[in-house]
Ligand binder design. Structure first.
Ligand SMILES: NC(=O)c1ccc[n+]([C@@H]2O[C@H](COP(=O)([O-])OP(=O)(O)OC[C@H]3O[C@@H](n4cnc5c(N)ncnc54)[C@H](O)[C@@H]3O)[C@@H](O)[C@H]2O)c1
Length: 324
């Protein structure tokens, strides 16, 4: 049984508390949150001990779960790693590249496991297609949200787009060749809306649009690869696949079309989406990695790589803004 301490019990932290209570391999020890009003509410609702000092809580647990605002990730992670505690930290891994680099180094020198909260890797719509051979050559992504002051301590790139960057980097097995980006700070001091194009050495191109000032919500990724189109709707938890029919595609809706290369049979399907709670699954998988001593599914290096691309995007946006 892993003893868990939760650091930050705001909006997302409460979802983590609800899930930890259901995870059999874990036992909640307590929480740390400097906000008295939030802490009182959590003490009452969850009947959970509030620790007055973060280090005291770290000393009392095996696994430190960090859901504090991003500027606090580094200090909390560093303390926990130095104490030899396993760390689950929300995305983005840290606030700056220097911090992220230092965390990767500290984990390497330690015996602990660290997982970053790139929860879309556990989204049921993504899991529905993940077992297919995904080799996209063109990717189109829209992640649009309504404005909410929560999360605006960082840009839309580090708040929202980083989810898609992480998924794309895990899918495309090639180095990034070039990035073009533009973005605008409409409601805050950092970009609230951005359009980005990432080109990879293998020819794959990803176009990403992220906004936190939209009227409607959308979280869609479209993958185009040889002979197939794969649509992933992260928000509505749906997936669709359109591809050239093969003899293995039994019982799927299909139709014929004439192409310059002759008649082709197109198959349409909606892969079955597993009924899973993405947060529960990511936390459970982290416990498994610790207990079985296996690699974490979203490592500190994955968190670092996603941040690295996010920061390169921010540099491009800054450069374009200064020169416009
Ligand atoms: N994976 C996702 O999809 C996802 C979604 C939302 C937020 N997040 C991430 O989770 C983190 C928190 O976001 P949120 O929306 O819950 O924010 P929030 O503002 O609702 O909650 C943050 C909580 O942390 C507390 N806090 C402040 N300083 C702290 C410290 N030093 N130690 C411990 N707690 C501290 C605050 O009092 C507050 O209760 C951010 O890093 C954000 O990027 C991830």
């Amino acid at each position: 049984m892993l003893k868990v301490g939760v650091f930050g019990v705001g909006h997302l932290g409460k979802f983590h508390l609800n899930n930890w209570k259901e995870i059999k391999k874990a036992e909640l020890v307590g929480f740390y949150d400097p906000n008295d009003a939030i802490a009182r509410e959590v003490e009452e609702k969850y009947q959970l001990a509030r620790f007055p000092d973060p280090e005291q809580l770290m000393d009392a647990c095996d696994l430190v779960d960090i859901i504090a605002p991003t500027p606090f990730h580094f200090t909390l992670c560093e303390k926990a790693i130095r104490k030899g505690k396993h760390v689950f930290v929300e995305k983005p891994l840290a606030n700056t590249m220097e911090e992220a680099r230092e965390l990767v180094k500290l984990v390497k020198e330690s015996n602990i496991k660290l997982q970053v909260g790139h929860v879309e890797r556990f989204n049921p719509a993504y899991l529905a297609v993940k077992t297919m051979q995904l080799t996209p050559m063109f990717i189109e992504v829209h992640r649009l949200a309504q404005f909410n002051p929560r999360g605006t301590e960082v840009s839309v790139i580090l708040d929202l787009m980083i989810h898609d960057i992480d998924i794309i980097l895990s899918l495309v097995k090639s180095e990034v060749k070039n990035i073009s980006a533009s973005g605008v700070a409409v409601m805050t001091d950092t970009p609230d809306i951005a359009s980005v194009r990432i080109e990879f050495n293998n020819g794959c191109v990803a176009n990403l649009t992220s906004s936190r000032i939209s009227m409607k919500k959308m979280r869609k990724m479209r993958l185009f690869q040889k002979d197939a189109y794969i649509g992933i709707d992260f928000l509505n938890k749906k997936a669709e696949v359109i591809k050239l029919k093969t003899p293995q595609d039994l019982d799927v809706f299909s139709f014929d079309i004439e192409t310059p290369n002759g008649k082709k049979t197109i198959a349409l399907s909606n892969p079955s989406v597993p009924e899973v709670n993405a947060i529960r699954l990511e936390l459970e998988k982290f416990c498994d990695a610790i207990l079985d001593n296996t690699p974490t599914l979203v490592s500190e290096v994955d968190g670092f790589r996603a941040m690295d691309i996010a920061h390169q995007i921010l540099q491009k946006i800054k450069h374009n803004t200064i020169n416009s």
